[in-house]
Design a protein around this ligand. Sequence first.
Ligand SMILES: Cc1cc2nc3c(=O)[nH]c(=O)nc-3n(C[C@H](O)[C@H](O)[C@H](O)COP(=O)(O)OP(=O)(O)OC[C@H]3O[C@@H](n4cnc5c(N)ncnc54)[C@H](O)[C@@H]3O)c2cc1C
Ligand SMILES: *[C@@H]1O[C@H](CO)[C@@H](O)[C@H](O)[C@H]1NC(C)=O
Ligand SMILES: *[C@@H]1O[C@H](CO)[C@@H](O)[C@H](O)[C@H]1NC(C)=O
Ligand SMILES: *[C@@H]1O[C@H](CO)[C@@H](O)[C@H](O)[C@H]1NC(C)=O
Ligand SMILES: *[C@@H]1O[C@H](CO)[C@@H](O)[C@H](O)[C@H]1NC(C)=O
Ligand SMILES: *[C@@H]1O[C@H](CO)[C@@H](O)[C@H](O)[C@H]1NC(C)=O
Ligand SMILES: *[C@@H]1O[C@H](CO)[C@@H](O)[C@H](O)[C@H]1NC(C)=O
Length: 707
Amino acid sequence: RPNRCSHRTSQRKMAWRGCSTLRLLLIRACLLCPLAAEAGLYSSADQVVLLTPDTVASVLRNNSAALLVEFYASWCGHCVAFSPVWKALARDTREWKPAVDLVAIDCAFEENSRVCRDFGIAGYPSLKFFPAHSGSDSKGSDIKGFPRDVLGLRHLIIRKIEEHHDSWPPACPPLEAASKAEIDSTVQTNSMEYLALVFETEDSYVGREVTLDLLQFSNITVRRVLKSERELVSELEVTDFPSCYLRRRDSNFTRLHVLNEARTFYSYALQRLPGVVRSGKSKPVTSDLLQNGTQVQWRPFDRSGVYMSDLESALHYSLRVEVAARSVIAGPALDALRSYISVLAKNFPGRPMVKRKLQSLDAWMKSWEEGELPYSSLRAALDQSNQTAALPRGVRWVGCQGSRPHFRGYPCSVWTLFHLLTVQALETGSSGPLEVLWTMRRYMHNFFGCRYCSTHFEQMAEENMDSVSMLSEAVIWLWARHNQVNNRLAGDLSEDPHFPKIQWPPPDQCRECHGVKGGGEHAWNQAQVLAFLRSHYSAQHLNMTYLEKEVEVLEVLEQPQEHGKRSPGRNGRETPDPAPPEQEEEEVQKPALPRLRRSSIVSLRMRERPPDDIVDLDSFISEHYKAKAVHRAPLSGRIRQVDLQPGDLDPGRGARRWMTVLLGSGFSGLDVSLCVLFYLLSTMCLLGMYLCFKLRCRLRRTKVALP
Ligand SMILES: Cc1cc2nc3c(=O)[nH]c(=O)nc-3n(C[C@H](O)[C@H](O)[C@H](O)COP(=O)(O)OP(=O)(O)OC[C@H]3O[C@@H](n4cnc5c(N)ncnc54)[C@H](O)[C@@H]3O)c2cc1C
Ligand SMILES: *[C@@H]1O[C@H](CO)[C@@H](O)[C@H](O)[C@H]1NC(C)=O
Ligand SMILES: *[C@@H]1O[C@H](CO)[C@@H](O)[C@H](O)[C@H]1NC(C)=O
Ligand SMILES: *[C@@H]1O[C@H](CO)[C@@H](O)[C@H](O)[C@H]1NC(C)=O
Ligand SMILES: *[C@@H]1O[C@H](CO)[C@@H](O)[C@H](O)[C@H]1NC(C)=O
Ligand SMILES: *[C@@H]1O[C@H](CO)[C@@H](O)[C@H](O)[C@H]1NC(C)=O
Ligand SMILES: *[C@@H]1O[C@H](CO)[C@@H](O)[C@H](O)[C@H]1NC(C)=O
């Protein structure tokens, strides 16, 4: 019965085709989903709240912060042109978030279009201002003809905040000028640790900007005083406008000395006064406690120094621990590793012993012709040493020491290493302008254990790394990106309170690097910055203290490595053995992707471990998750609060918390809903396959039953 048979076969075929179509769909959806999530002009890294239909209610309604919302379409040229300004504005007003936040929504994204229609958006980009505690029927106020620069928009935000009358944002300090009577009464009650007065003219915004810049800091009050407040002006003998006068409890007003009489300089100086701390962050421990409290011995260091010990530790950790996360290195990862080692061999200004090792490793890598490199072979080549060439084992952080084991360490040394390499490449002129940057980008992409870090770095690199066309531009590019990261992470829980993230170099390290442009805006003097970087990251400036002596390194490496035991030659070392082999094995077995093995995301406790100073990348990553969760939590409206304590995020408190953590750790709501969708799709596919099999079985059975 050929007819029936073929009919059945075609049925079967159709069923199979259905399955494979589904599978194809799934694969496509998988490939597309990260794109969809990252579409639009802004990403989660931009400190802009990304509005979706689901979050309209929680973000726009009854928010305790005022909101400035940009409605844009990702295809519109003006919006693309405006997006760097919006990002810069978000960075610039980062400290103001509890009082006023920036929001953006991509109206070109089909799901969002209804929201944009509901708000009556006709053209892009459009700005709307939502005062704090806007009601559910509020459509916000349109801002027509808004300025297209950061300065103008910042002033606009201040004017808009001042328009609040009865519903002043609770987190926003008073912005109006203070009168003499007010100041006198504050001084008399003597309740404030610091009182800063910015004397200025009526049209100046400096005082209000500084006030907002410090709104997240406790123990200090900032007020603006107008030039017209004659009595106070003459009492303090104020002659310059603007100028800042500071009063500490129980003393008199004195002029605050800054490099330039401008907002950034005032804010920078005031935020770093002793006793002034970011609220919601633990008070920095005193350096005394710091020294006694950490398990490892504290190595006193100079913040303006660059320590070879950090760099050698970076090499050890990256080559012996981080790269070891892959048991076989192949394809793009192998290329990334090749160029990493080649750049190191060419540019690393190490001790002769280390340089020789890197060069021989480079030669060895180049002679490796197979497409796959087992890590064990690399490790053997790395550890094989003779009398003259070796890479010290273990980590000893110096300039990268953190006040707690989970702060700083490895990521700090990675930055330092690559800054050094860009500067060295410039000095030797031995490579193309992009070689070091590409090497860093590929290393980050393929190996760096903190996946969010590499994703963020990749985004920045994609944006404008290709515009670098000279070796000196590469130095500046990396410096600027690092400052961008510093800005993003300032105030994050992953920030070591002892080493706050600043725009670097600070005025006390490089005066000439800082200047002001028109309107009192801070401006970097890039030529000076370049000169500073060239001297800071020069080979001569490297501080060689705390290094293990070459003879000791060579002696130790000469002996065969005993597993699980300390080699005898290392007992006399200053620090406890930083990397016992068994621990390294443990690290090797971990996958390279974020691991949630640690039961508590928020627990600050380290795993019980022998006191070592290997940076625990795991804890670094979990810190990162937590930091993100806390960072993002205030944005969800309901949980908004300035004083988020670490304990507030207890993952044991139910699914909602987990959701917060999930959402916080880089999964957007979209990601989660896509996950659910995939789950459904895959269930359907399984069901389909099951039916297929069943159908086939039945066919077989019928066949057998046929006469
Ligand atoms: C590529 C990369 C991306 C990262 N992305 C993230 C992320 O997305 N989220 C996250 O939580 N952490 C991220 N990190 C880690 C984070 O940037 C810090 O390295 C970490 O928090 C430790 O900070 P730190 O205080 O030691 O200073 P670091 O920022 O690590 O700086 C190290 C040293 O470099 C010098 N320095 C500082 N700024 C500059 C500059 N602009 N130019 C030149 N030198 C400078 C200073 O001497 C400083 O002490 C990333 C790290 C790297 C290497
Ligand atoms: C708005 O929020 C405040 C607290 O932030 C609350 O007291 C008030 O009831 C809320 N109003 C509405 C209408 O939800
Ligand atoms: C403050 O100034 C007054 C006079 O203006 C002076 O008498 C007093 O000693 C000063 N106090 C301090 C703590 O400097
Ligand atoms: C404010 O300063 C006082 C005195 O220096 C200090 O005791 C207090 O802890 C500070 N407040 C905060 C929140 O750190
Ligand atoms: C820290 O150690 C030093 C000596 O090393 C000691 O004098 C000091 O009292 C210790 N501080 C604390 C808080 O234990
Ligand atoms: C190196 O660092 C140590 C410790 O911070 C310091 O005492 C020493 O002066 C530095 N050496 C140089 C050459 O800067
Ligand atoms: C040691 O190794 C380095 C690099 O591999 C090589 O240049 C040097 O000649 C070797 N020295 C001896 C004594 O074998």
